[in-house]
Design a protein around this ligand. Structure first.
Ligand code: BGP
Length: 460
């Protein structure tokens, strides 16, 4: 059955500055933690490919925007590099202003609405040396950066986001090894989370002060619904807590303006309460978002905490589990495929968060060694991606029919891009990027499929 999407629906793609721009250390840009980490430990990065080898959008943005237009995309979500705009945190870099103004103007002139995010895991190195998000100073530094970005580009960009997936830099950097500074300390992670959310609220405050005509501000969250292993009380409690930590801690705070009471109680019980200053509470209350970006890849499958994972008095409220029936896994990336999750999260936002308007800011399918799917002309026949997106859009359409206030779908990603420690291991793009041939872009089958969809606004 044909599925018609609402008039004006945004069909776009998502990306980020550190994963696409390249030009990591030229024209005044200072290093981010990724640039520096690569310099220090290049062997950790897949195939030794670092952030200077991203898709070279800094030099090829005109061609990229032209390809967006050719695909009939009407929006594009990417980010600004803090380290390019304010290399030392204070001084505005004229080269950065010139680049971003040209880039965003090019989009608008070609009917592509820019949705611009401020932080996509790319902490400036100079600030990391002062403690990164653990240091209270980072909150005001970020608010200043946000203000400068709004002032410099607010005449072109109307939809803004503060952070991409704050959970990820917190969890992967302070409770794991996948982001810098790769420490394992829950207490420090909580302080980082608090400062990140406060920095978000202060950026919203700066947004209001600058006063962009027709401007709107949001945040991009990875919302993975938590499903319990069984109806048993202990498994249900695990799902409640996974939801509390991973979803409500962020959503309640940015949409409703306060932290969940249950979270505050748990932090107190374990002496994990972050350092808070007088007046902070009001900042959260006064600076809620206009819209949400939702990144959805896969859900969380949880069960009652396994004692071996939380020895002694560790803070263990849930464990993952991996053996549910009808399990579908993307064999190329190892992530679960569960399109019902996109419907469930849409309904959750509708029911529990005032049906705030939102869009899919990331959803997509990573595939390793995608050259396996070349046809005789060297075009990637990515039918698996078309199937993946079709199934997710079918559920998204159902959610919209059921009253969800969703205004767009942005696939991750437009061009195959560099991805953190995985570099170019998994490819996600509508366009293939050839690193051995001057970053040549070649359309995959899915780009033609998406072009038709965005032109007709109809999924068949
Ligand atoms: C999201 C990030 C993106 C991107 C994507 C794919 O969490 O916001 O930056 O990397 O995941 O992940 P990966 O490239 O690791 O497969």
């Amino acid at each position: 059955m044909e599925k018609q999407f609402p008039k004006g629906f945004l069909w776009g793609a998502a990306a980020s500055a550190p994963q696409t721009e390249g030009a990591a250390l030229i024209d005044g840009k200072s290093p981010s933690t990724w640039d520096k980490w690569f310099e220090l430990e290049p062997e950790l990065f897949y195939n030794g490919v670092g952030p200077e080898h991203t898709s070279n959008t800094y030099h090829m943005y005109k061609e990229d925007v032209h390809l967006m237009k050719e695909m009939s995309l009407n929006s594009y979500r990417t980010s600004i590099a803090w380290t390019r705009l304010l290399p030392d945190g204070e001084t505005v870099n004229p080269k950065a202003v010139e680049f971003y103004r040209n880039y965003f103007n090019e989009m608008v002139a070609n009917g592509v609405e820019p949705i611009i995010n401020l932080f996509h895991f790319d902490m400036p190195w100079w600030l990391m040396e002062k403690g990164g998000w653990e240091a209270r100073e980072s909150v005001d530094k970020f608010a200043y950066y946000a203000k400068v970005a709004f002032e410099q580009f607010g005449d072109i960009v109307k939809k803004w986001a503060t952070f991409n997936e704050p959970l990820v830099h917190i969890e992967c950097g302070y409770m794991g090894d996948a982001h810098y500074p790769k420490v394992h300390d829950f207490k420090r992670a909580i302080q980082v989370a608090y400062h990140t959310l406060l920095a978000h609220a202060k950026a919203v405050e700066a947004f209001k002060e600058v006063g962009i005509e027709d401007g709107e501000i949001g945040i991009i969250l990875n919302l993975s619904p938590a499903y319990a292993k069984s109806e048993e009380e202990a498994d249900q409690a695990a799902a409640f807590h996974a939801d509390l930590f991973y979803i409500r801690s962020f959503l309640d705070t940015v949409v409703k303006g306060y932290f969940p009471e249950e979270l505050i109680a748990i932090l107190k019980e374990h002496q994990l309460t972050p350092v808070v200053e007088e007046g902070d509470r009001q900042i959260f209350e006064d600076n809620t978002v206009d819209f949400l970006g939702v990144n959805y890849y896969q859900p969380l499958r949880v069960q009652a905490p396994l004692p071996q994972e939380f020895p002694a008095k560790g803070v263990g409220y849930f464990s993952r589990y991996y053996d549910w029936p009808d399990k579908v896994i993307n064999p190329h990336r190892g992530w679960e495929i569960y399109e019902q999750g996109i419907y469930d999260i849409a309904m959750r936002v509708k029911e529990d968060y005032h049906n705030i308007k939102w869009f899919i800011s990331e959803n997509g399918m990573g595939v390793s060694e995608e050259e396996r799917f070349f046809d005789e002309n060297g075009q990637v026949q990515d039918d698996y991606r078309i199937e993946f997106v079709t199934n997710h859009l079918t559920k998204l359409h159902q959610a919209i029919e059921d009253g969800s206030n969703c205004f767009g779908y942005h696939m991750w990603t437009f061009l195959d891009c560099w991805s953190w420690l995985n570099a170019y291991k998994n490819r996600y793009g509508y366009y293939r990027v050839d690193l051995d041939d001057a970053f040549k872009r070649t359309a995959k089958k899915s780009s033609h499929w998406m072009k038709e969809l965005s032109e007709t606004n109809r999924l068949v």
